[in-house]
Design a protein around this ligand. Structure first.
Ligand code: NAP
Length: 339
């Protein structure tokens, strides 16, 4: 059922007051196809809403918001070594990860506790603690809202990169509604623990030979200790992408800031944590009115009270401009800014 003037306050983790001119919950591919056939998307630009954890509404949305409610967890194929599963794109990502771990299938443990839905995962090739979605990804099915067809994308066609995929290209924004995602997980999995604090947490707990569940618990603990709970403080997780820059730029920064964190990407490029740039510029924990970058995790933009989307965006712009002036790096938002 298509609803009018629908409030989105509880459907975005910043807790912003915004309305959708039109709103519809999608619980089957058929519902979506029939909306397409009624030509609704021609006059009303669709916006797909998953967990609402990657959105900043600057004002009301004048098109149609499509809430992805497609559920399903299915084993498509099982062998000695691995299992192929299919997940409905509206499934909660973390709950789906926990389900795979309970079955004893490895591959997603480092991606525990990431907010959002399964359908959002391939869009930015979610990654954490040295693992990216593409390492387990096989294919997905999507509805093309331009041509009204159902299409399949394999891994190559998704063109995954660092927090990148074909779905983030300007010409594809808002074009595809992801229906389901297929992953291949391992039955005898060697978890990856050589990243960040994972090993330290396991050592503190005296876990010497951790399995996937223990690694997942360590990741959850690390994330919970740093990230504010959106139910308490409105936020959308990491607000900015970690910039990938040339080694020349990084070396110039290192000359003035020997403590800068630099991670090699390839022969020419390195990654500098956006959180480090924000902290080094004095924005970490600094609150202005209703907004600020979080005190424990500089990358998280926080709505401390009744901030509007415009206030949050204005603050983000100040941070972006200041960092560009200091370091010559222009941060890009990771969240989708809906203006
Ligand atoms: P963090 O672990 O403090 O890392 C900050 C930055 O340093 C990231 O760019 C990270 O690269 C890089 N880094 C740290 N240790 C590294 C290592 N051993 N090798 C290579 N690069 C290293 O970041 P955080 O903000 O607390 O987040 C924790 C993890 O969750 C990170 O992996 C982060 O990327 C991930 N995360 C992902 C998303 C998303 O997928 N949209 C959103 C929020 C956080 P990587 O980004 O390659 O890890």
């Amino acid at each position: 059922m298509v609803l009018k003037n629908y409030p989105l306050d509880s459907l975005n983790t910043f807790g912003l007051k915004a309305k959708a001119a039109l709103y519809c919950e999608i619980d089957s591919a058929e519902t979506l196809a029939s909306l397409w056939k009624s030509n609704l998307f021609v006059m009303n630009k669709p916006l797909v809403l998953g967990g609402g954890s990657n959105l900043l509404f600057l004002k009301d949305y004048i098109g149609i918001v499509l809430k992805n409610n497609l559920r399903g967890r299915e084993v498509l194929q099982e062998g000695e070594e691995s299992v192929q599963i299919e997940l409905g794109a509206g499934e909660n990502w973390h709950q789906a990860v926990l389900w795979t771990l309970e079955q004893g299938w490895g591959g997603l443990e480092n991606l525990s506790f990431i907010p959002g839905t399964v359908g959002a995962a391939p869009i930015q090739n979610i990654g954490a603690y040295g693992v990216e979605l593409e390492s387990v990804f096989e294919s997905l099915t999507a509805f093309d809202m331009l041509y009204g067809t159902t299409v399949e994308f394999n891994k190559v066609q998704c063109a995954f990169g660092y927090r990148e995929s074909i779905f983030k290209k300007t010409e594809n924004k808002g074009r595809y509604f992801i229906l389901s995602v297929r992953l291949r997980l391992n039955k005898h999995h060697q978890p990856k623990m050589d990243y960040g604090d994972i090993k330290a947490v396991l050592e503190r707990k005296s876990i010497s030979n951790p399995g996937i569940k223990e690694v997942s618990n360590a990741v959850i603990e690390i994330r919970q200790s740093k990230l504010p709970d959106p139910a308490v403080l409105g936020n959308s997780g990491s607000f900015f992408k970690n910039p990938v820059v040339s080694k020349t730029i990084a070396e110039k920064i290192r000359a003035n800031y020997p403590e800068v964190k630099i991670f090699e990407v390839d022969e020419e490029r390195v990654k500098i944590p956006a959180g480090w740039l924000i902290e080094a510029s004095g924005w970490k924990g600094k609150r202005i009115g209703n907004v600020g970058m979080h005190e424990k995790q500089a990358l998280v933009l926080v709505n401390y009270g009744n901030a509007t989307g415009a206030e949050l965006w204005e603050h983000a712009q100040k941070v972006i401009d200041d960092i560009e002036n200091r370091f010559g790096i222009r941060l890009q938002p990771e969240v989708n800014v809906i203006g």
